[in-house]
Design a binder for this molecule. Structure first.
Ligand code: NAD
Length: 355
């Protein structure tokens, strides 16, 4: 892969690579854009088959973080770290501390947190070597579990879509079908149930299904969820679930959930629109987690402030739905436009020129 060409294609500012023979660490940090503030994004640990795959993932994920933070109105840029290795067998304190030293070399241009393959305890090891870490446990002065705010944000986004679709954002008596009943889904479901909505869920984990049942959620089989008559389908597990096959089976009016990368392709978003199904762009509706960590930067974490900022997802979602209608573009494109407009405005203020 031609690295500079790849960076130029999507406007990445910096790619840093690190090799530490003492610990076996091999990793990459990609900084996409720091117009709005320091780049922020989790550290992913994954057994990539090649360096090219790892680099491609870092570039793709850091770009997505720029859009997510910009659309959420945060003063953060987009960044991502990837460690090449199997988190189940190759993770050690020394490797994570070495990663922390690498993060530290960037002097705060990149703030890290957890992602696939890393957890809160790993973050504590990374934090031994750098202060450029967010999302530490609340007992350590961090903002802790992101899924609580992510769940709240998903609920706010669902309400905004309901208001747009039905003229009232009340979810009382509405049926929401959730694919996946993990951390985010269960927090979202709590808000939905408090509003007397009917929640149906599936999961592949018995523990998750047990939790769903204990909350009063009706449980169905993993495949059955796509054919379940509902008002709102909420993908809360995997990426790529909205695809040409699943779209044929959905009978909902709204698709809105917490999972990342829900659309298999851009065309699937357009197909939802063609069928009269409102799609809540994933990076907008699931921004509660990054909003939560952003509120601990430069000040002590304040959950009330995090909650207030997360609740704004309602307004942002409503604005995106209006833009989508007025400009006759997909909701996903309208959300991208929201982010791009904000970035362009701030670049203009700061006299930053981007070709
Ligand atoms: P989680 O691991 O707690 O929950 C995911 C659940 O999905 C698990 O219970 C798992 O068993 C289930 N699942 C996996 N494959 C499934 C399948 N084929 N059918 C049904 N269920 C299946 O993770 P989470 O933190 O709740 O995250 C859920 C989604 O939200 C992910 O896509 C994640 O990237 C995204 N997300 C999470 C956050 C956050 O703050 N945690 C923030 C933004 C986005």
């Amino acid at each position: 892969m031609e690295i500079l060409d790849s960076m130029a294609r999507f406007g990445h500012e910096q790619v840093a690579m690190y090799n530490d023979p003492n610990t076996g660490l091999r990793g990459i940090i990609a900084i996409h854009d720091t117009t709005l503030g320091p780049s922020c994004g989790g550290t992913r640990m994954w057994p990539y088959e090649s360096e090219t795959d790892a680099l491609a993932d870092a570039l793709r994920l850091s770009l997505a973080m720029t859009y997510k933070s910009a659309a959420a109105g945060l003063n953060l840029g987009g960044g991502k770290g990837v460690i090449i290795g199997d988190p189940r067998t190759q993770k050690s304190e020394s490797l994570l501390r070495s990663w922390g030293r690498f993060v530290d070399t960037l002097g705060g241009r990149y703030l890290t947190t957890t992602d696939v393959g890393t957890n809160g305890r790993d973050l504590e090891s990374i934090h031994q070597e750098t202060r450029h870490v967010v999302g530490l446990d609340v007992t350590l002065g961090g903002s802790g579990d992101t899924s609580i705010m992510t769940g709240l944000g998903v609920y706010m986004g669902i309400k905004a879509c309901a208001g747009d679709a039905w003229g009232s954002d009340s979810l009382r008596g509405r049926t929401i079908a959730m694919q996946g009943f993990g951390k985010v889904a269960s927090h979202t479901a709590k808000h939905l149930l408090d509003e007397d909505a009917r929640v149906i869920a599936t999961d592949i984990s018995e523990d998750a299904l047990g939790k769903a049942k204990s909350m009063g959620v009706q449980v169905v089989g993993a495949e059955e969820i796509f054919d379940t008559p509902c008002d709102i389908f909420a993908p809360c597990a995997l990426g790529g679930v909205i695809n040409k096959d699943s779209i044929q089976r959905l009978s909902c009016r709204i698709v809105a959930g917490g999972a990342n990368n829900q659309l298999a392709t851009e065309a699937d978003g357009e197909e939802l629109q063609r069928r009269g199904i409102t799609y809540a762009p994933d990076f907008l509706i699931n921004a509660g987690g990054i909003i939560n960590v952003s509120t601990e930067i430069g000040q002590p974490y304040n959950p009330d402030r995090a909650r207030q900022q997360t609740e704004r997802i309602y307004e942002q979602m409503s604005a995106v739905l209006t833009t989508s209608r007025n400009k006759e573009i997909s909701t996903a494109r309208a959300a991208e436009l929201l982010a791009e407009t904000r970035l362009a405005d701030v670049r203009r203020v700061r006299g930053i020129f981007r070709g």
